[in-house]
Design a binder for this molecule. Structure first.
Ligand code: AHR
Length: 497
């Protein structure tokens, strides 16, 4: 056993808690920068190998993540998106200016049918975000009918004419996005009334009824959760919430994705760990207004947001992704698991080439980011039963007056029956000695993967796409307790056997 100073983690494998909905590992793809066009969509006539216009290399990599859900078409873009412009022959679709993101031309090549091709190719659920800002209740209602109706209505027949006989499966439908900001600068009271109006007209066949999501607050603002949950008692399956991790905590100078010093490593850890208290505050309100837990709390945008890479369009939100991002992702997963009974969906922003991406592309090249690897390592947590974990004698990692807990842990019983444990070490300089007790299950050995690197900002480039990747990891038990040497700045996921 380790000497004094070790962290002691106890997993109660005999007391499974709520299931961690696989959609906690959801993704977000907005018409923003090269997130969709170039990054994923090249069109069916491209020389780039593709399926129905979607890049095969990117599809293949995303399939490994078992992407459960994709949110589309925004984000802020959703409140300026008119679905009728994205159906029918592509050559005839209107070309618009993407006034939200970069002022570039949007030729509507990716529309409803193309999006459903993507989710169907991935085997994912569809989360469609409706336009409340510049749209209307009628436009949203008709979109839903177009997508879901099995009838011979004019809209359903139009869908058939456009190549799709059977209805699309719309798992989730949201009414607007960030109504407090880009979605229309509304007050929570005003949006709440508009939500109730809109939801009333959103109809679909019973067997294809989406879950309806109201657009909620962000950061410290709990008024949206309060107002919506107190006043909407009908057709609201969840309230969304957005929180981005910014190293400096300031939107004007956010901090660089790479080349940062330790003060920005720790401030990033500190800021991302705020997710816990922010969820907690909102969940407290929901527990008061919705004690039977009918309404979910969906963190449908989160992730790191840095200054854009030099020389790139500032409206494209393109940023590198380093080991720090993988640690951020894992810390958030561990937080989300703790709220599995309310947080049944999250969507990292965003899937490809935008903000905290899984994949970066450069023309025909593609690389997997450290965040991708974190998602891949956590796949066993999708639809797993959360297990209670206590962390005793945890160290603190400090720089100056800023301090965060050194070790973060989470456990679950996977669908394969195995106990999975995820560990994160926030300290970029010191390893942590961790002793693990598993009550209610055997603990002989823990096997899985470790993600770490020599530098805090280690990252993959097109010249060196394999610089950061997971390696096999094993820890043995002594006296029935696993002894884990958790390297500095690391993410570990193991199956305990
Ligand atoms: O993810 C980028 C943007 O961040 C989204 O469009 C918006 O909802 C949020 O402000």
């Amino acid at each position: 056993a380790f000497a004094a100073g070790e962290v002691t983690i106890t997993i109660d494998a005999a007391k499974p808690g709520p299931v961690i909905n696989k959609n906690v590992y959801g993704q977000f793809a907005e018409h923003l920068g090269t997130g969709i066009y170039e990054g994923m969509w090249v069109g069916p006539n491209s020389k780039q190998p593709n399926t129905k216009g979607w890049r095969n290399d990117v599809l293949g990599a995303l399939k490994e993540l078992h992407v459960p859900l994709v949110r589309w078409p925004g984000g802020c873009f959703a409140d300026e998106y008119h679905w009728r412009e994205g159906i029918g022959p592509r050559a005839k679709r209107p070309v618009k200016v993407n006034t939200m993101w970069g002022g570039v031309e949007e030729n509507n090549a990716v529309g409803t049918h193309e999006f459903f091709d993507l989710v169907e190719l991935l085997g994912a659920d569809a989360y469609v975000n409706g336009n409340l800002g510049t749209g209307s209740n009628q436009e949203m209602a008709e979109w839903l009918e177009y997508m879901t109706s099995p009838s011979k209505s004019t809209l359903a027949e139009m869908r058939r004419k456009n190549g799709r006989d059977k209805p699309f499966k719309v798992a989730y439908f949201a009414v607007g996005n960030e109504a407090w900001g880009c979605g229309g600068q509304m007050t929570p009271e005003h949006y709440t009334n508009l939500y109730k109006n809109a939801a009333e007209f959103l109809k679909a066949p019973k067997e294809n009824m989406p879950k309806f999501i109201a657009s909620g607050g962000n950061d410290n603002d709990t008024k949206w959760t309060e107002t919506l949950s107190a006043n909407v008692k009908h057709k609201m399956d969840a309230i969304s919430f957005h929180y981005y991790t910014i190293p400096t905590g300031k939107w004007d100078v956010k901090g660089a994705a790479t080349g940062f010093a330790e003060d920005q490593w720790i401030s990033t850890m500190k800021n991302t760990l705020r997710m816990d208290e922010l969820i907690q505050k909102n969940v407290k309100i929901l527990d008061k207004n919705d004690p039977s837990k009918k309404v979910g709390f969906y963190v449908d945008e989160w992730g790191t947001w840095y200054d854009v890479e030099k020389g790139t369009n500032s409206g494209f939100l393109y940023q590198q992704n380093s080991l720090r991002d993988a640690v951020v992702a894992a810390l958030n997963f561990n937080i989300f698991h703790n709220y599995a009974d309310r947080v049944k969906m999250t969507n990292i922003a965003q899937m490809v080439n935008v903000l905290q991406a899984m994949i970066l592309t450069d023309k025909d090249k593609m690389l997997l980011t450290p965040t991708y690897h974190a998602y891949r390592m956590y796949v066993p947590f999708q639809d797993a039963a959360s297990l209670p974990v206590t962390v005793a004698n945890n160290g603190q990692y400090s720089v100056g007056s800023v301090s965060v807990p050194q070790v973060s842990a989470s456990a679950a019983r996977g669908k394969d029956g195995k106990v999975y444990l995820a560990l994160v070490n926030t300290n970029p300089k010191e390893q942590a000695e961790v002793e693990i007790n598993v009550s209610g299950a055997q603990a002989g050995v823990a096997r899985g993967q470790l993600l770490t690197a020599a530098a805090m900002d280690a990252h993959n480039t097109f010249a060196q796409p394999q610089a950061v990747k997971p390696v096999p990891f094993e820890a043995k038990a002594s006296g029935g307790k696993l002894q884990v040497k958790l390297p500095a700045k690391a993410v570990v996921v193991v199956a305990v056997e």
